[in-house]
Design a protein around this ligand. Structure first.
Ligand code: HEC
Length: 445
């Protein structure tokens, strides 16, 4: 305000009107930590940024937050934190697990930092909340304790080294008949496992290859940022009563060690006599490369200080419903776009992740009212962009040629889609329900 008045004095003639602007600016005083910023951090950051959480520093009080004010403004304004790396300007924007900040929240944090990050009056602080411990099932609030828990075998976590893979094969016991899975949650140990298990799969290999020949049932797939899956109402995964679990756990040493680490997966089933209408296969892999039929991602060759763009297309052989989208690239991956080209030629971006960061494997879980329902013959087209320049903040070495490989310093290019294939009748019904719900929405407005 001082500045405005000083200028206005120099300008002479417009003193009055400018002084008036100065006064109204004072009325909108700058945000304070206690009143404006603490509630945002409590809601959107504290689950990870607490002393036990996976965030590198706690952000629970003014003393903890103040030294990071500038960094917080930087990370939130670039939408790098909280980890929700979706492009908000294109594609579907309604999700069940949206963790992002609103534009208004980002602006509040920015204005607070610009004003010198004042504390304000501690009496304005929101009431402290208890956040769920990482040792608990996140879905328990919604679904109660799991009906069944399966466990990997113990692995001794090393502090330093390259990527480690742990792949025990464990009998699957405890069901006396086939059941329908409603939800699954993948839970590394806490706090150690949450820091070192980068991603993993628990896949059931049935004892009896049943009719229809299902050779594997992917009960749960995990990545930092994606730990659970709840299928939409009326949709479930058929789980045979016996078999073996193939665990595929990718541990990434981060300086912490401990013996006997065990990963758990919680399973929630539909009631015994209830069979959901739709059968899902859970998350399925869609390759993003031009070499269908060859080993995955073999055409990844990224030059030093260069870029590469890969595209992959998949024609749907039956109608399908997509529940979730989870791009998987490694450290040079920056963007992955999923588009639908409909049989009538219309093309639509369904989702685009434009700030991909390999530290995170976020699954974008569509809201029931907006999840894509696609007819037979739709082409799903995926585009991956790799950036091997020094501009990529997590590039370990822009001097290297980069090719396909399992290590984080090599590259991959695929998407995990939560998908349910439908028959024509189920498709017609799903579309009718979608139209009806849209009409209700419009009537309600
Ligand atoms: C799901 C867990 C999670 C949430 C939610 C989360 N963070 Fe983070 N944050 C992390 C992790 C893990 C890192 C370190 C790895 C990385 O940068 O991706 C990090 C890094 C950061 C950094 C950079 C620290 C550094 O020294 O480089 C800042 C700043 C930050 N977070 C602020 C926030 C703010 C502000 C929010 C809420 C608006 C938030 N985070 C929400 C987990 C989280």
């Amino acid at each position: 305000m001082n500045k405005i008045i000083r200028i206005s004095v120099q300008a002479g003639i417009t003193v009055l009107s400018i002084a008036f602007i100065g006064i109204s600016a004072v009325a909108q005083e700058s945000p304070t930590y206690s009143r404006d910023v603490a509630p945002i951090l409590q809601e959107k950051c504290a689950t990870c940024h607490n002393p036990e959480g996976i965030g590198p520093m706690p952000l629970l009080n003014y003393a903890q937050v103040k030294p990071f004010a500038t960094l917080i403004k930087d990370r939130t304004s670039k939408r790098i934190m909280p980890p929700w790396h979706l492009d908000p300007t294109v594609g579907i924007q309604q999700f069940k697990n949206d963790a992002s900040l609103s534009d208004a929240q980002i602006a509040t944090i920015g204005a607070w930092v610009d004003a010198g990050a004042p504390e304000g009056n501690p009496a304005d602080l929101p009431a402290p909340i208890e956040f769920p411990s990482g040792a608990e099932w996140q879905l328990a609030d919604q679904l109660g304790p799991p009906d069944m828990i399966i466990r990997s075998t113990p692995y001794d976590v090393i502090a330093n080294g390259q990527d480690q893979w742990w792949t025990p094969n464990v009998p699957f016991e405890g069901l006396d008949k086939e059941r329908w899975l409603k939800a699954a949650e993948f839970k590394p140990s806490y706090p150690l496992g949450k820091k070192v298990v980068h991603h993993g799969h628990a896949v059931l290999i049935p004892d009896n290859r049943e009719e229809g020949g299902r050779r594997q049932v992917a009960l749960a797939r995990y990545g930092v940022g994606k730990s659970w899956e709840v299928y939409p109402e009326g949709t479930g995964m058929r789980v045979p009563s016996s078999g073996r679990i193939d665990w595929n756990l990718h541990y990434f040493p981060v300086g912490a060690e401990g013996p006997g680490d065990v990963v758990e997966v919680g399973l929630w089933f539909y009631p015994e006599d209830e069979q959901p209408e739709l059968e899902t296969i859970g998350e399925a892999m869609f390759r993003v490369d031009g070499l269908d039929g060859m080993a995955r991602g073999q055409d990844i060759v990224i030059p030093p200080h260069g870029y590469q763009v890969l595209q992959g297309t998949h024609v749907l052989q039956s109608p399908a419903m997509i529940h979730s989208y989870r791009p998987h690239l490694h450290m040079r991956g920056r963007v992955m776009t999923m588009e639908a080209i409909f049989p009538d030629g219309r093309k639509e971006v369904l989702s685009q992740v434009d700030k991909y960061n390999h530290n995170w494997q976020v699954s974008y879980i569509y809201a029931d009212e907006t999840k894509p329902i696609l007819p037979t013959g739709t082409v799903l087209q995926f585009t991956s962009v790799f950036d091997n320049t020094a501009d990529n903040p997590i590039n370990p070495d822009p001097e290297q040629w980069v090719v396909f490989g399992r290590r984080g310093v090599d590259e991959m290019s695929h998407a995990w889609l939560g998908i349910t294939y439908l028959n024509e009748e189920q498709y017609q019904q799903a579309m009718a329900e979608r139209r009806a719900s849209q009409e209700t929405l419009q009537l309600g407005q």
